[in-house]
Design a protein around this ligand. Structure first.
Ligand code: CP
Length: 307
């Protein structure tokens, strides 16, 4: 059964195919009639064991634009609260003749685990601090749209790298496409194994901004921190927050990205988040076309669930 569990399992040609397919879907969803029949008779379950705004809504919209039948499951309002296991939950949903599962889960590797126990196509919509493959795809798609290509571009990923599935998936995706990648953030929010990922560390934000074409600003994930960390939010904003003053000091224009949700005044000030430098809402818009492409390409390889 074909899955999208992480960028780690893709190659450059896979990404190129996803982007070419997304280009076509982007054209479709800009038309007055936005719907195509590609996934008619396919049923998709969106299983969210963790909160989401962008990913959940854009998967649902992508599925509906492709004419799939869609069911939505939110763990907080389900029998998971009565102690039902992940495998039991998913097998019960699949017995209703569901073909594909989009899943967000707080545990790293939840999708990989599930793929070994169920007979349906799984798309990882974020698994703990591990991977968020469709986010990385829409991020690279948005860089390609703004700058023409990803190859050769200098991209710095700034902030809470330690807790970020967006960082890991972006590092894999950007390197596959030939971008130069650095990470920048407080030492306490960098993973110990960062060297093994083949990216350089730059601890000084102003130097990182002077080097880069694109700065992808990550959210400080307080909910994944079980101890107080250094620096404090105020120190973090001073050292690692992008402000208009910092951008004005550069002798060039750079592109500012953020996966959302933004902590305004921490990772970015509002005058940066809402400026022409930022492609944050383009990222969200591209998320629909990229997710349509992923769903379409996976669905073209699956057999209908005849259980
Ligand atoms: N970028 C992202 O994953 O946002 P949500 O958590 O709102 O889905």
């Amino acid at each position: 059964v074909p899955h999208l569990l992480g960028i780690k399992y893709l190659n450059e040609a896979d990404i190129e195919l996803i982007f070419k397919t997304a280009d076509q879907f982007k054209e479709v969803i800009n038309r007055p009639i936005k719907k195509v029949p590609s996934l008619r008779d396919i049923t998709v379950a969106n299983l969210f064991f963790e909160n989401s705004t962008r990913t959940k809504l854009s998967f649902e919209l992508a599925e509906k634009r492709l004419s799939a039948d869609v069911i939505n499951f939110s763990a907080a309002a389900s029998s998971v609260k009565k102690g039902e296991t992940l495998i039991d939950t998913v097998n019960n949903i699949l017995s209703m003749k569901v073909d594909m599962v989009v899943m967000r889960h707080p545990n790293p590797g939840a999708g990989i685990f599930l793929s070994k126990h169920i007979n349906a196509s799984i798309i990882n919509a974020g698994d703990g601090a591990h991977e968020h493959p469709t986010q990385a795809l829409l991020d690279s798609f948005s860089i390609r749209e703004r700058l023409g290509e990803v190859r050769g571009k200098n991209v710095v990923i700034v902030g809470d790298i330690l807790h970020s599935r967006v960082a890991l998936s972006n590092i894999y995706a950007l390197k596959l496409q030939g971008a130069n990648v650095k990470v920048c953030g407080p030492k306490s929010l960098l993973p110990k194994h960062i060297d093994s990922l083949g990216v350089e560390v730059e601890l000084n934000l102003d130097k990182a901004l002077a080097w880069c074409d694109v700065a992808n600003m990550l959210r400080v994930q307080h909910e994944r921190m079980d101890v107080s960390y250094f620096p404090s939010t105020r120190e973090y904003a001073q050292q690692f927050g992008v402000t208009k003053k910092r951008l004005d000091q550069l002798d060039k224009e750079i592109v500012i990205m953020h996966p959302g949700p933004i902590n305004r005044g921490v990772e970015l000030t509002s005058d940066v988040a809402d400026s022409h430098h930022a492609i944050i809402l383009d990222q969200v818009q591209n998320g629909v076309a990229v997710r349509m492409a992923v769903l379409y390409l996976l669905a073209s390889k699956i057999e209908r669930n005849e259980n």
